[in-house]
Design a protein around this ligand. Structure first.
Ligand SMILES: *Cc1c(COP(=O)(O)O)cnc(C)c1O
Length: 362
């Protein structure tokens, strides 16, 4: 605390990202990064980049990238907004749409950045409990609201919901903006992008960080009605004219055009996820059904915090949230097949595991 901080800054509770370890030899399963490299087309663009161009500012409108995204989703360019990671796109979304008389609704357990933006932008919000086994039921959102946001699939719970339920929610709330954060949608869920073409109150946010292996480039985007996009542009142009650098624009543009590589790498991750879920079950873990590149799992008998610490001593990082309600779960990112084999082998060597009657029911 400093006497120079404004009152608004004193009230903030910043988001805490997962650890990015400096030491070598760590198996990193804690921040849902993609274990495979970006598309070779993106790598080639970076390798061949003419660095003389860096004298100039990047394209403030990111036209080439917006066009590539629009082509990919078969929408018009005016329906596409891009930003410096989807975190920035989300931040602008909160600033543009959610300062209303009624509170913003969000799930009790979801991406923990949402409440942080609410505090930053002074937005009232209400957290809606999930049902048993962390099921998100949109019927629970039938109440006065100044907007609704959730992730689909949800994080850290990994569950996805059906588009029919989302469309019904959009219809029930024609005067609210509904934001669907699809950071993980490419790992087995259905995207709501088509709904953005039929309703003027829905915004879909996606990222290049997870399914396209470009977390380090910081590229995210939103698709929605042109008036929603124009609102986001107003915020963006009141904040930073050049949020994406030239390398980010060029590499993301190349990456989204490489459909074959995208399908191959996401499919590998899905297969490794299902394999890992079965192996974990044999070791006494219960994982929620996942449509993401991570598993949200608890052990029948061992405590999550202890397991996280044990794995840390074996140089394997997983994510643990000490928040009541989810504090006996681990969020385990899906790495390569070899990394997940290492996780399973390490868990098998846990000193308490062999004592446990694992074939009993809960
Ligand atoms: C990773 C993630 C993001 C942020 O992605 P960036 O594009 O890297 O900023 C947003 N929402 C959810 C739910 C995420 O898991």
């Amino acid at each position: 605390m400093s006497r120079f901080w404004s009152d608004a800054i004193k009230r903030l509770t910043p988001y805490v990202p997962g650890e990015q370890p400096k030491e070598a030899g760590i198996t990193k399963l804690n921040t849902n990064e993609n274990p495979y490299p970006p598309s070779p087309l993106a790598a080639a663009v970076i390798r061949d980049f003419d660095t003389d161009r860096l004298r100039l500012y990047s394209d403030p409108d990111c036209t080439a990238l917006k066009e590539a995204i629009a082509d990919h989703f078969a929408v018009e360019r005016k329906h596409v907004f891009v930003g410096n990671g989807s975190d920035e796109v989300l931040a602008h979304t909160f600033a543009a749409f959610f300062q209303q008389d009624a509170p913003l609704l969000m799930p009790e357990f979801t991406y923990s950045f949402y409440p942080v933006y609410c505090t930053l932008y002074d937005i009232a919000y209400k957290q809606i409990p999930l049902r048993d086994e962390f099921v998100l039921n949109l019927e629970d959102y039938n109440q006065p609201n100044g907007g609704i946001i959730f992730a689909n699939p949800n994080a850290p719970t990994s569950r996805a919901i059906e588009l029919g339920e989302i469309e019904a929610l959009i219809k029930r709330n024609p005067d609210s903006v509904i934001v669907i954060d699809e950071a993980y949608v490419d790992f087995g869920a259905n995207s709501a992008v088509a709904l953005t073409q039929r309703y003027d109150n829905v915004l879909v946010v996606q990222t290049f960080s997870k399914s396209r292996s470009l977390a380090g480039m910081r590229v995210g985007f939103a698709i929605g009605h042109e008036d929603l996009i124009a609102g986001l542009e107003r915020v963006k142009n009141s904040f930073n004219s050049y949020p994406l650098d030239m390398l980010a624009i060029a590499s993301a543009t190349a990456a989204i055009k490489d459909q074959a590589y995208f399908e191959e790498s996401t499919q590998k991750i899905i297969e490794t996820r299902e394999w890992t879920m079965e192996r974990l079950a044999e070791l006494g873990f219960i994982s929620l059904p996942s449509k993401t590149n991570f598993l949200f799992a608890r052990h029948r008998l061992l405590e999550a915090a202890e397991l996280m610490g044990y794995l840390r001593t074996k140089k394997i990082l997983v994510r643990y949230f000490s928040k009541p309600g989810i504090d006996n779960y681990l969020r385990i990112s899906i790495g390569t097949q070899e990394e997940m084999q290492r996780l399973i082998d390490t868990l098998e060597q846990h000193p308490d595991l062999f004592k446990l009657p694992l074939n009993q029911n809960d």
